[in-house]
Design a protein around this ligand. Structure first.
Ligand SMILES: Cc1cc2nc3c(=O)[nH]c(=O)nc-3n(C[C@H](O)[C@H](O)[C@H](O)COP(=O)(O)OP(=O)(O)OC[C@H]3O[C@@H](n4cnc5c(N)ncnc54)[C@H](O)[C@@H]3O)c2cc1C
Length: 368
């Protein structure tokens, strides 16, 4: 029922704007309004903080169905979870009450600030610094590639509080857009997910109260990694949705397109491509859903499954969308059809929340 509800909403209110959002590289405001109106913008927020209380699998289904229509728009529910999960996992009761309520209501979005210009895969090499000053922390530094930066009100920011301890000297904080000294760079000009703003975030002597720290001092990196164990599954969901959108489009196209006097769907070469696409996609879906169940239960093998689901589903999305372009021939290569956008959008799922090389490192260190 949830899938049907989200699919109907996405087809009616999100899909019609997907091409324009991509072409104009603009924020999908229609999608935000539609998702917020249906209480689907941040479904993961627990009921006790005013949220819908969706479990990890339900959250995956929401993201998957939005991504099937528009990958950029699916980053609204996905990044709301990514940005706020550190607070949910490790924050004080006061922080949860203060920040999860407005998120659940749709009054504020949440972003996640881990990456920096010189610290991507090696996130623990970050330089953003937080220094204690009485009852405050003062932040200075630059975060790069921050999804929904400028649009979000709230930012979970990882910063170095003890430079002698590397990852154990990193702490997490909630920073608000309106805190003095916070500013944003120009939107990145990207290959895909063009409707999702990606910008640098600058912290110039940003003074915040000490109670904005998430968890204990020195636990920020551990919280950031624990968060990714759960949210990589939402990127897998995004990949599934993009791939399903491309497969559905290609499936329809091959029935209509005629060559050699018959629909190209009659050619076994075309049928075998579609069969492989559907088979790989279903395997990715099953892995993603079982990873979501593990996320909900916080199973001991979650780290492996989160990385495996994200890695496998994103590789499948890249293959399936590339094959969808192939099935449309020359038409697939143009912006008159949606599959080239889906192919460009799929690529990012192999890169963010840790590249697929990094996922393989994570899997190898956590073999079941
Ligand atoms: C559109 C977009 C949105 C993003 N959103 C966010 C966000 O909201 N918040 C956030 O914090 N970050 C975000 N990111 C950052 C993203 O997570 C990083 O780009 C990613 O982790 C890779 O880091 P990097 O770009 O510095 O690449 P690098 O780390 O420089 O990697 C370059 C290449 O080297 C490879 N490599 C690096 N180390 C190893 C190794 N040990 N073994 C094998 N190969 C290796 C990588 O796999 C990659 O192929 C976003 C990025 C993009 C492009």
């Amino acid at each position: 029922m949830l899938r049907e509800t989200v699919r109907a909403l996405a087809e009616a209110k999100i899909a019609p704007h997907a091409a324009a959002v991509d072409e104009e590289a603009r924020f999908p405001q229609e999608a935000l309004d539609a998702l917020t109106g249906a209480d689907l913008h941040a479904v993961h927020v627990p009921e006790e903080y005013g949220g819908a209380g969706a479990d990890a699998l339900a959250t995956v289904i929401v993201i998957e169905e939005v991504a099937r229509a528009c990958a950029s728009s699916s980053l609204i529910p996905a990044v709301n979870k990514l940005g706020s999960l550190p607070v949910i996992l490790s924050g004080s009761e006061d922080l949860k009450k203060k920040y999860l309520g407005p998120l659940a209501k749709g009054d504020a979005m949440f972003s996640y600030c881990l990456s920096e210009p010189d610290a991507g895969s090696d996130a623990a090499g970050m330089k953003t610094r937080a220094v204690r000053d009485g009852d405050s922390w003062v932040l200075n530094g630059v975060k790069r590639w921050i999804t929904n930066a400028g649009v979000s009100e709230y930012y979970t920011v990882m910063a170095v509080t003890d430079p002698t301890k590397r990852s154990k000297g990193i702490s997490a904080f909630v920073v608000e857009k309106s805190d003095e000294g916070v500013s944003f760079g120009a939107p990145e000009k990207k290959l895909g997910i063009k409707g999702s703003p990606t910008r640098e975030v600058y912290f110039d002597n940003v003074r915040i109260p000490a109670d904005r720290m998430i968890g204990e001092e020195g636990t920020g990196f551990a919280t950031a990694m624990k968060t990714l164990d759960h949210t990589r599954i939402t990127i897998a969901a995004q990949a599934l949705g993009i791939a399903q959108g491309a497969l559905d489009y290609a499936k329809g196209y091959v029935q209509e397109r005629k060559q050699f006097g018959k629909p190209i769907a009659d050619f076994q070469g075309v049928q075998f491509m579609l069969a492989d696409m559907a088979m790989k996609l279903e395997a990715a879906r099953q892995l993603t859903y079982s990873a979501a169940a593990k996320s909900e239960r916080v199973d001991g093998d979650l780290t492996f499954f989160g990385a495996a689901a994200k890695c496998f589903a994103s590789d499948v999305a890249m293959e399936v969308t590339t094959d969808a372009v192939q099935l449309l021939g020359g038409y697939g290569y143009t912006r008159d059809y949606p599959v080239e956008r889906m192919m460009r959008d799929a690529k990012i799922t192999q890169i963010y929340e840790g590249t697929n090389q990094v996922q393989r490192i994570v899997m190898a260190r956590n073999l079941p």
